[in-house]
Design a protein around this ligand. Structure first.
Ligand code: SF4
Ligand code: SF4
Length: 92
């Protein structure tokens, strides 16, 4: 599928551990990337300092869904499902 205009969900919901210009330690989940502009476009799309993880991510229906809200929800679920176990409370 083609990336949906004015979405930017994948630049907000996931955590990114690679350095991003202006965010040297990457970004936490749920925080908009500092390089995301007001139209939800990447300001450094063709810049060599754009993280590889961004360049490798492609729009796919099972992640992006039919709208921005679905994408945010799915990406948030994926983020939670892949958190290291240290972040989960011990229920024993
Ligand atoms: S979540 Fe999907 S549709 Fe939305 S900006 Fe990212 S790639 Fe594009
Ligand atoms: S660097 Fe660009 S593509 Fe990567 S998360 Fe930030 S705004 Fe999105």
């Amino acid at each position: 599928m083609n990336c949906r205009p004015h979405c930017g969900a994948c630049c907000i919901a996931p955590s990114i551990t690679s350095p991003i210009p202006g965010m040297p330690n990457g970004k936490p989940a749920g925080t908009p990337c500092i390089q995301l502009d007001e139209h939800f476009h990447c300001k450094i799309f063709n810049h060599p300092d754009r993280p590889n993880v961004c360049a490798q991510f492609e729009a796919v229906e099972y992640v992006c869904g039919d709208n921005r809200s679905q994408a945010l929800e799915t990406l948030n679920d994926m983020e939670t499902a892949t958190l290291p176990s240290i972040f989960f409370k011990d229920k024993s």
